[in-house]
Structure formats: structure tokens, C-alpha cells
Design a protein around this ligand. Structure first.
Ligand code: SF4
Ligand code: SF4
Length: 479
């Protein structure tokens, strides 16, 4: 309200829960309200009549636009003011201490005093616009406006290309690809969703998508994340949307649409359960979620999540059996579903064929977890695509990516890679022998003549295994 008044922007409250102490004008004529707002007699109004809001807003905007322009109302300082403001910085670092991204604001201020704006331009991409620095600056510098002013060039040049929101994934596409997904030969579906509260700038989203799509994961995006993916280009000037097709097939990049189109992503897993296991879609959430959790290698990544909406979407995915990873700011939600892989006795599922209890590897290990950095999140995404139903070829593909991503970004083998090995065929083909040697060092027994693992894995591979957590789905129970 304060900020709007300062910039001569009338405020229309349309919800009785947030009225800002403004006068109630629902019973007055639209023209009378426009007059009062344009003249500044009232800074805003409460208007609960939606027909009137629809009429008022365009009328008011058309009148206010020229007035604000003529009077030069803008939040951004002009060039002279900008110089004065950056010169006021005392390098006390209070803003950096309060900034959730710990951005080096005072360095950018010092460089700007000498006319160099590049530090501000870099900082602009990483700034999430929370405004905390404004409140913390003892020199009363409107830091956020200074950042915006200094970054006008990059803002003007910021252009991207994205694929149009396609809406739902149709049944024929799912029929074509779903089997690969359930068997694990398509390593997984990764949904890039959520807001722009990224821990280290927008480019990370592009980098993560590029890495995972080159590894044949199906990438589905929506909302702000979908837009951010399209903001960066390769050496040939092409965005990822121009480089990769948009079908529901491995190595494709799909945009379902706005943030609410996340529903289409969740619905895809429901369709897989319906098409491939005949799960009824009405009043049958438990059985569908059970199928998705145990068989569909889908993971959500809300790398810049901050809103309650993003959290609600993430939790909704969890209910459906889809693990979700958030960026480091996700810890502020103060809720996570972190698996305890060391409690091996708790990782049991039933075998749908006879109801027997099978002790399995932790797959997926977590349902809601945060990652700190881009390097940490990529192997984690690969790991969360493991499912107990993977066949050996699928498991070997998934394990290859898990190991390679960890080696590439964390410079080490994952601590738990052997947990996901059920026999020698689960091992990445290119590294089978060295990994078997490592398994031997860990106490596993290897028949080197036959190149077979004799002893060590938690369980054997069984292509007919039907993992479930719902007892009534077991054949024995049905009798
Ligand atoms: S507005 Fe930007 S620079 Fe200021 S505290 Fe928030 S993230 Fe940091
Ligand atoms: S808080 Fe203000 S004065 Fe202190 S370093 Fe930041 S911008 Fe400069």
C-alpha cells in the first residue's frame, strides 16, 4: 500500500479479507470511483462487485497512464540519483547478511561508483526480489531499485523462446512410452516446475535440463520454470526448446503450460497406471499412488520453490507417489519426507503374485527432500528414479546415470551405488568389471570365470516381481 501510494498507483482491494483500511465503494458508480482515484482523493478502494471491477480497471489504467508518465512517476532512480545512491554505500555489508542469497551488493555498489555495472548485472539474475536489502540498509539506499536501474541493459536484451504449453499428454503417447518407463529403459520423467527462487541464478535450470535431457530423461516443464528453460541459448543461438522435440518420448522437452498445468504432469502418471495396470481412475487413489510409487520413475524438481502453491503441488505429487526435490530455500517449508535407508528392515513391499514380503532397496529413497546445489541435485534426481520394478536393463541405465552424474559433478562414486545392484546385469555395461572389483572389496563374492555375482546383493532380480504396498492387490488376498 505504502509503495503503491508513493508511486501514485491506485490500489483496488477485491477481497474482504485484505482491505487495507480503504473505503468500501461497492455500491458507488464506476465513474465516481474513477474520479476519486485519478484525483488522488482516495489512494484506493475496496470493491467487491466483480462486474464493476471489470469496468473500472481498464478505465482507470487509461486515465492513470498518461498522468503518471507526465509527472515522471517511476520507482527507478534517474542517472544522477543513481550515482548519488551508489556513492552513499558505506560497505557495512548489512544487506548481504540479510540477503537470502548472500549477494555481494556492496562490491557492485563500489564498481558502479566507477561506472562499471557488470557486477550488478550478474547480481540481477541471482536476486529473487525479496526486498530485504531495502529494509536493512542503514544508509536508506533503495537497493532493489538500484539493482533494477543498473541492470536496464540486460533486462532490455532479455529474450527467450519457449514451446507453447501443450496441455495434457495424450493416451496414444503414453501407450507408446509408458512401458519403457515402467521397465526402466527410459531412465525417468523429470518435471521441472515451480517458481524462480533459485539459489544461484536462472542458468542452473537450463544447465540441469540440458544435462538430464542429453541422458534421455523425459523433461516436462510448466509455469515459470518452463519460461526460464527458454531464456538461454547454446553456441548456435538455439534454446533447448529448439534443440529438442516436445513429445512424451525419451530425450524430449515438453511444456504443459502455466503453473496450474502441473495437473497434467501428475495426470500422466495416473494414465500410466490406468493404461498399463488397468487401475480404475475413479475413487481409487490408493491403488494408483501405489503403482506410481513402485513402478513409475517420475521425479519433480521445484528448484526455485518459495510459494505455498509450489509446496502444495509438491505435496500433492507426494500423495501420488512421486518424489519431489526442492532447492535449498525449500527447507523453509519445514516439512520433508526423508527416507532412512539405514533402517533396512523398514524397506519392505509385498509381491502382488503371492503376498510375500520382499525386502527391497530404498527406491525411491525420499519423497520430499531439498538439495543445496546444482551439482548435488543431478545425481539425486537420477537416484530418485530407481523403482523396485526396474528390469536389469532399466536398472543398469539408471545406475549408469546415477554414477556418471555423481562422478561428473561431485567427483566421486555415490556412497550407496551398490545398494541398487541386484546382479551383474544391473551394473553399467561400460564399467562392469571395475565395479565388480569394488564390490569384491566390499565383501561381495564374485565368480570371475563366469563374471557373475554369487553373494552380496539384497535381493535377486525377478522380472515378474509385482511390488505393492496394498495387501488387497495381492493374489493370495483376493482368494
Ligand atoms: S532483493 Fe535481491 S539483493 Fe535484496 S535481499 Fe532480496 S535477494 Fe538479496
Ligand atoms: S546495507 Fe546499504 S550501506 Fe551497507 S553495504 Fe549494503 S547497500 Fe551499502
Amino acid at each position: 500500500m505504502k509503495e503503491a501510494s508513493k508511486l501514485h498507483i491506485p490500489l483496488i482491494a477485491t477481497n474482504e479479507k485484505i482491505t487495507y483500511g480503504l473505503p468500501a465503494r461497492s455500491n458507488d458508480s464506476v465513474d465516481a470511483i474513477v474520479d476519486d482515484l485519478v484525483s488522488g482523493r482516495q489512494p484506493g478502494v475496496v470493491l467487491l462487485d466483480f462486474e464493476k471491477i471489470g469496468e473500472l480497471v481498464p478505465k482507470l489504467a487509461m486515465k492513470m497512464g498518461p498522468i503518471r508518465k507526465a509527472q515522471g512517476f517511476t520507482a527507478l532512480p534517474d542517472d544522477e540519483e543513481f550515482k548519488k545512491l551508489v556513492g552513499k554505500c558505506t560497505k557495512c555489508l548489512q544487506c548481504t547478511r540479510d540477503c537470502p542469497e548472500a549477494l555481494p551488493i556492496s562490491d557492485a555498489m563500489a564498481a558502479a561508483v566507477n561506472g562499471y555495472l557488470s557486477l550488478f548485472e550478474t547480481l540481477h539474475d541471482k536476486c529473487v526480489g525479496c526486498g530485504r536489502c531495502d529494509y536493512s540498509c542503514p544508509s536508506d539506499i533503495p537497493v532493489l531499485n538500484v539493482i533494477e536501474k543498473a541492470s536496464q541493459r540486460v533486462i532490455r536484451e532479455e529474450k527467450g523462446k519457449m514451446r507453447i504449453g501443450r496441455g495434457q499428454i495424450g493416451d496414444p503417447e503414453i501407450r507408446e512410452e509408458g512401458r519403457n518407463l515402467v521397465l526402466g529403459t527410459t531412465p525417468g520423467v523429470i518435471a521441472f516446475v515451480g517458481c524462480g527462487n533459485y539459489p544461484d541464478g536462472t542458468k542452473d535450470v537450463y544447465d540441469i535440463v540440458e544435462e538430464m535431457i542429453q541422458r534421455s530423461y523425459i523433461i516436462i516443464t510448466s509455469g515459470c520454470a518452463a519460461m526460464d528453460v527458454g531464456m538461454f541459448k547454446d553456441k548456435e543461438g538455439k534454446t533447448l526448446y529448439e534443440r529438442y522435440p516436445g513429445r512424451f518420448v525419451k530425450g524430449n522437452l515438453l511444456n504443459t503450460g502455466s503453473c496450474v498445468s502441473n495437473a497434467h504432469i501428475a495426470a500422466t502418471t495416473i494414465k500410466v497406471a490406468s493404461i498399463f495396470a488397468g487401475r480404475k481412475t475413479k475413487g481409487n487413489w490408493e491403488e494408483i499412488a501405489d503403482y506410481v510409487l513402485n513402478r513409475v520413475g517420475a521425479v519433480g524438481l521445484a528448484w526455485g520453490a518459495y510459494s505455498q502453491k509450489a509446496f502444495a503441488i509438491g505435496t500433492g505429487c507426494n500423495r501420488l507417489g512421486i518424489p519431489v526435490v526442492t532447492g535449498p530455500h525449500g527447507t523453509k517449508y519445514r516439512r520433508a519426507f526423508i527416507g532412512k535407508p539405514y533402517k533396512k528392515e523398514n524397506w519392505n513391499v509385498l509381491d502382488g503374485r503371492d503376498g510375500s514380503v520382499i525386502n527391497i532397496e530404498p527406491a525411491p529413497e525420499h519423497l520430499m527432500i531439498t538439495a543445496e546445489t546444482k551439482a548435488e541435485v543431478m545425481p539425486l534426481l537420477a537416484k530418485l528414479c530407481f523403482r523396485p520394478s526396474d528390469n536389469s536393463l532399466g536398472r543398469a541405465i539408471k545406475l549408469t546415470h546415477y554414477i556418471e552424474l555423481s562422478e561428473k559433478y561431485l567427483k566421486k562414486l555415490p556412497d550407496d551405488w551398490q545398494t541398487y545392484v541386484r546382479n551383474e546385469a544391473d551394473l553399467p555395461v561400460a564399467k562392469r568389471e571395475p565395479l565388480m572389483k569394488l564390490l569384491e572389496e566390499k565383501g561381495w563374492k564374485i565368480d570371475w570365470e563366469k563374471k557373475k555375482i554369487i553373494e552380496g546383493p539384497l535381493r535377486k532380480v525377478d522380472v515378474s516381481f509385482q511390488p505393492t504396498n496394498v495387501p488387497r492387490l495381492c493374489k493370495e488376498a483376493k482368494k
